[in-house]
Design a protein around this ligand. Structure first.
Ligand code: GLN
Length: 456
């Protein structure tokens, strides 16, 4: 009940949650009772988890931040949520997001704007801003987000928490509301790398409900046994770290660059060897991402016709039922993206846009492969700046898209990446957090978590 008091006290300032569970106390008492009676409880017994509202939960609405799904209650739990519950975790509520995950600030939610706990006048990042803010303000211990182009990593950086985007296919997408299916992945937030690893362990693995989920064995991502050695013993000796040149150039805040360079020196002190690597295709990733993500979303979002899910307009002709349901249900950013995607996929423009973007995607994949053959991990900032003011980029979508430059390439390549706090820059009253992004080879989350655990 202390916890619920904290949640109730902080929530009016932050608006991290779209729904709060009314069974938290009851579930906690039930776990208490089991412990008292020496009954078996799962490894996450009583752990309070926030779940992004585009991830289905059977006992709470799942709106994906959209009016189109305003009253939608899924008949099932997403696989990740089911696994968490099987381990004894308590879902405290559903966190705010940009509608369908389309945005970088959480201002694109149809319901509310979430504030950054470090400075309430700033955005928490997005689209998983609610999940990041909730962990940052200790409204929950860990949380789930989704990352299509950076939606776990950029808010982790803005809110000063740890965020992990797993390899594409590591975690089942069953029950995740689709944005761009070839890029979407459920990710984890925690206040330490160790917590984040424990969460990943629970939600990973093959699922017969998601044909793209990998059958690879899930290693042990929990490292409580590693005691962070002293710098003198060089615990990361031999680790080859490549710092991506294109991420430390013009357009990136100078204080962010120096935080990342300091973090790189710290990695060297821990025994890593550091080299600068160049990924010439890096800047092509952003336009390619926005073509591919909008194209896939134009197809995925066609299901919100008012017939199958959520809000239905009142109309006497079928066509106006579709039209009115969409007109009322979908926000302007979402509509714009559907139009962009439909345009890129249309017969006359397919070769010029979609096909070219696919070629860029292959190029990006190859260049990361080469760089990761020569290095164990790659590092970069997680975002070109720290958290900015609410409203600052709202009317300028291109400026907002540009802020995704550090993260989208990793989704195009399907790779895992870990973001963790590495410094503060000026802003707010206590400074603003900056995150370093560590990128690993496909399915090598283990290495990222080990390095992150020793680094932090
Ligand atoms: N900001 C990016 C977008 O709007 C990424 C969002 C995400 O990862 N869901 O597409």
């Amino acid at each position: 009940s202390n916890y619920l008091h904290h949640l109730r006290r902080t929530e009016p300032h932050l608006n991290s949650f779209l729904h709060i569970s009314d069974t938290v106390l009851k579930e906690a008492e039930e776990i208490d009772r089991k412990i008292q009676n020496n009954e078996e409880v799962g490894p996450l017994a009583g752990v309070l988890v926030g779940v992004k509202d585009n991830i289905c939960t059977v006992d709470m609405p799942s709106t994906a931040g959209s009016r189109a799904l305003e009253n939608y209650r899924p008949p099932f739990d997403a696989t990740a949520v089911r696994k968490l519950r099987e381990c004894g975790a308590i879902v405290v509520g559903k966190t705010n997001l940009d509608e369908f995950g389309m945005g970088s600030t959480t201002e694109g939610s149809a319901y509310q704007v979430t504030a950054n706990p470090w400075d309430l006048s700033r955005v928490p990042g997005g689209s998983s801003g609610g999940s990041a803010a909730a962990v940052s303000a200790r409204q929950c211990i860990v949380s789930l987000g989704s990352d299509t182009g950076g939606s776990v990593r950029q808010p982790a950086s803005f809110c000063g928490v740890v965020g992990l985007k797993p390899t594409y296919g590591r975690v089942s997408r069953y029950g995740l509301v689709a944005y761009a299916s070839s890029l979407d992945v459920i990710g984890c937030f925690g206040s330490s790398v160790a917590d984040t690893g424990i969460l990943l362990n629970v939600i990973s693995g093959h699922d017969r409900h998601d044909a793209t989920s990998s059958k690879r064995e899930v290693p042990n991502f929990t490292f409580q046994s590693i005691s962070p050695d002293s710098i003198e013993s060089k615990p990361l000796r031999g680790l080859r770290v490549g710092i991506i040149r294109e991420t430390l150039q013009e357009g990136v805040d100078s204080e962010v660059i120096s935080s990342i360079r300091d973090a790189a020196s710290h990695l060297e002190e821990l025994g890593c060897s550091l080299t600068e690597v160049s990924l010439p295709s890096f800047s092509l990733g952003l336009p390619a991402y926005y073509i591919l993500a909008t194209s896939e979303s134009s197809s995925n979002l066609s299901r919100y016709d008012g017939v199958r899910y959520g809000n239905q307009a009142v109309a006497d002709v079928l066509n106006s039922l579709y039209g009115d349901s969409r007109a009322k249900g979908l926000g302007s950013e979402v509509k714009m993206r559907i139009l962009m995607g439909t345009y890129a996929l249309s017969a006359g423009y397919y070769d010029a846009y979609y096909k070219r973007a696919q070629k860029v995607r292959t190029l990006v994949q190859k260049s990361f492969k080469t760089a990761l053959d020569e290095n164990d991990i790659l590092i970069s900032p997680a975002a070109p700046s720290a958290a900015y003011k609410i409203g600052e980029k709202k009317s300028d979508p291109l400026a907002m898209y540009a802020g995704d430059i550090m993260t989208v390439n990793i989704n195009l390549a399907g790779l895992p990446a870990l973001v963790l706090p590495c410094g503060l820059v000026q802003g707010g009253s206590a400074g603003l957090p900056v995150g370093i992004q560590m990128i690993g080879a496909a399915f090598d989350e283990e290495k990222l978590l080990k390095v992150g655990h020793i680094f932090e």
